[in-house]
Design a protein around this ligand. Structure first.
Ligand code: IVH
Length: 669
């Protein structure tokens, strides 16, 4: 038994240490597999000897029964908030006040730290074992969220002791629980799929996760923590705040790597600018820096007001979120034809930039958030992403607000707009100026008309100089028009014109693909070309006819029909035709040269490699006729699988029958 106990203790210590390497130092020493092996061994020993399980065992993070409500916890030392500064002058004033209070003219040493935008919590460790965890609450009394905090892997269940640093008898640690931006987005995506309400920002997500009565839900949330301060500490003495941060880190508590000791207030101000610049790259939300007088004896002398300590100050960054009014909603057409509703707002400054537009993503989002023209809304600008409308402040409605619907016609080219999943799309394709550059680049691309020398840069120039308005304009470009373009020498202009000219001979499949019909990729274009043999025939096809073609589903069929319904697209096609672009498959093989020329062919049963329509077309391409009834005049009956009565007719009338293979052979001759 003693051996088991000591093995269990060894495993716990090892796991505890490797957690520290992984979660606190972000520098693991062993692989995930090796870690899992340690954990697995511990789990099976504990299963065998359940009497040896202790609450600080790394296996004991989840599994606590759900609560009815949270108990309260009184903080022995109040968890105060911070006074805020927004301007440098206020920071300099703070430094002066500190010196005045301490009655010194010497430079004050500070510690500067990122201010994390999450939720403040306190964890008590008795003899190194995590016992109670609580929220800040009103500062005096918080909620007991011990079992939720136990599920956070970044919080150690027991502190690490080292030779140089013993663990205090009692330690109250304070820190900020938060969620990384990426994890927040993933969490919201997951909630969206499940139809659950979305969190407005990472802080709300962190708060919501910690307030769960069922800790198994908290366990699934990607919560992290940065520890930044101490409450009570017994059996250990410290002289500076910096020392306490270093001690916390040694005990296995996660401290932000960006903390910095500053020799005077000017260094603090430099730090502020440095962190503001790095703000976007950190992956989590910071709303400023916190400035703390380093010496703890000074902190004691400075003491606190009722609300906040005199020894600390929050120097805030410009906020990312703010409230403003929606003046108008417009539909913006993107390069792929997507209509994005955009809120035009009263200008507002967010993290240093004036914002007057924010995306509403799509109609579903507008409906879900119930955003109306005239609404007061919360807007948010995070990192480099486009500002977005987070939510409506419904309490500020006057009743004059107007609902919004995306238009049924493209605001740029007036083509029909169709719904495609969550998005609305302009069907203008090649003829919509908003999609022009994209459409032309696609038209010229390798799998399409393959016009060498017509890359993105040249396309941009041609469009910006007003030389082309649609793909058909390419065919009337003149050398004199090209020469003035940037980096367009005589030779390259000549080459481009030749390439454009040569593209007129592209086969039908390429032309169909080049048109940029939604959902019609290279393969589907080939299928359509083979079946319809000309743009003219494709243009006339109904949705039902299209769907009878093998591999063509309702989505493609719908999209093709919609494309050819647009007057503008028809005009462009007409102009392509006039320019001499080949809009039909090559003419049928001269009748006399094919063994099928002039022959009457009947099909019965199902063919394996061809649809009936394809087979008929192949016969017709070769000058033959595909007929439906067998008579003495019939030359061949092609017999597929499970043939019908026509097979019997053929035998009765002595008409020559062909297997599918023989038919294919004949086609090749
Ligand atoms: S020190 C008495 N340091 O900001 C000092 N707070 O308004 C109390 N916070 O409730 C806090 N990062 O939730 C401190 N590095 C940091 C912090 C930080 C975020 C939060 C904390 C606190 C609030 C103060």
């Amino acid at each position: 038994m003693n051996e088991v106990l000591s093995r269990i203790e060894k495993l716990r210590e090892a796991i505890c240490y490797h957690n520290y390497r992984y979660y606190v130092l972000d520098d693991p020493e062993i692989s995930d597999t090796q870690y899992d092996q340690l954990m697995q061994e511990l789990i099976s020993l504990e299963q065998k000897y359940p009497q040896l399980i202790t609450p600080d065992s790394p296996t004991q993070r989840v599994g606590a029964p759900p609560l009815d409500k949270f108990q309260t916890v009184r903080h022995a030392i109040a968890m105060l908030s911070l006074a805020n500064a927004f301007e440098e002058a206020e920071v300099l004033e703070f430094d002066k006040r500190v010196k005045r209070f301490l009655n010194t003219s010497e430079e004050i040493e500070y510690v500067a730290e990122p201010k994390i935008d999450g939720l403040a919590v306190e964890m008590a460790y008795e003899k190194g074992i995590f016992t109670v965890g609580s929220t800040r609450g009103d500062g005096e009394v918080g909620e007991d969220i011990t079992q939720n905090l136990r599920t956070v892997k970044y919080i150690p269940l027991r502190l690490l002791a080292s030779q140089t640093r013993q663990v205090p008898d009692l330690l109250e640690v304070r820190g900020e629980v938060y969620i990384d931006m990426k994890d927040f987005e993933a969490l919201n995506r997951e909630r969206e799929e499940l139809g659950e309400p979305l969190f407005a920002n990472p802080r709300n997500a962190a708060a919501g996760s910690l307030r769960q009565l069922d800790s198994s839900i908290t366990a699934k949330r990607p919560l992290k923590i940065f520890c930044y301060g101490l409450g009570r500490i017994q059996g250990f003495s410290l002289e500076t705040h910096w020392e306490s941060l270093m001690a916390m880190q040694d005990w296995g508590l996660r401290v932000n790597k960006l903390v910095q000791k500053c020799h005077n207030i000017n260094e603090v101000i430099e730090y502020y600018h440095k962190i503001a610049e790095q703000r976007e790259g950190q992956g989590y939300e910071m709303d400023g820096i916190v400035i703390k007088v380093n010496r703890l004896d000074y902190q004691g002398r400075l003491a606190t007001t009722t609300k906040s300590p005199r020894w600390a100050l929050a120097y805030k960054f410009e906020p990312r979120e703010g409230t403003t009014l929606i003046k108008e909603i417009i539909a913006q057409v993107g390069r792929t034809g997507t209509l994005t509703p955009v809120a035009v707002m009263e200008p507002i400054r967010l993290s240093g930039v004036e914002i007057s537009r924010a995306t509403l993503h799509n109609q579903d989002e507008i409906d879900k958030k119930d955003v109306r023209v005239g609404d007061a809304v919360v807007v948010r600008r995070a990192g480099d992403v486009i500002p977005e409308v987070v939510k409506v402040i419904a309490g500020r409605r006057s009743g004059q607000e107007r609902r919004y619907r995306l238009p049924e016609r493209c605001p740029v080219c007036n083509s029909e707009v169709v719904k495609d999943g969550a998005y609305h799309r302009c069907t203008g394709g090649i003829s919509c100026p908003a999609q022009l550059k994209e459409a032309i680049a696609h038209f010229a691309s390798k799998g399409a008309m393959d016009i060498e020398g017509l890359g993105d840069k040249t396309v941009n120039l041609l469009v910006e100089k007003g030389l082309i308005d649609n793909v058909a304009d390419l065919y009337s470009l003149k050398k004199e028009e090209l020469l003035p373009l940037e980096r367009m020498a005589d030779k390259s202009a000549q080459n481009l014109l030749v390439a454009i000219e040569e593209s007129k001979g592209a086969n039908l499949a390429r032309v169909i693909y080049a048109l940029g019909i939604r959902h019609v990729g290279e393969h589907i274009a080939k299928v359509l070309a083979q079946h319809f043999a000309s743009i003219e025939a494709l243009k006339k096809a109904t949705k039902d006819e299209l769907m009878q073609v093998r591999e063509i589903g309702p989505q493609v069929a719908e999209s093709v029909v919609t494309f050819f319904r647009q007057e503008k697209n028809l005009q462009v096609i007409e102009r392509l035709k006039q320019a001499g672009v080949r809009l039909a498959a090559p003419a049928a093989i001269p009748a006399k040269e094919s063994p099928l020329a002039g022959k009457r062919v009947v099909f019965t049963g199902s063919l394996e490699t061809l649809t009936r329509a394809q087979a008929k077309k192949l016969v017709e391409d070769r000058g033959g006729r595909a007929v439906s009834a067998v008579s003495k005049e019939t030359d061949y009956v092609v017999v597929g699988k499970e043939p019908g009565s026509k097979y019997d007719d053929a035998k009765a009338l002595g008409v020559k029958t062909l297997t599918e293979d023989q038919f294919l052979q004949l086609l090749k001759e």
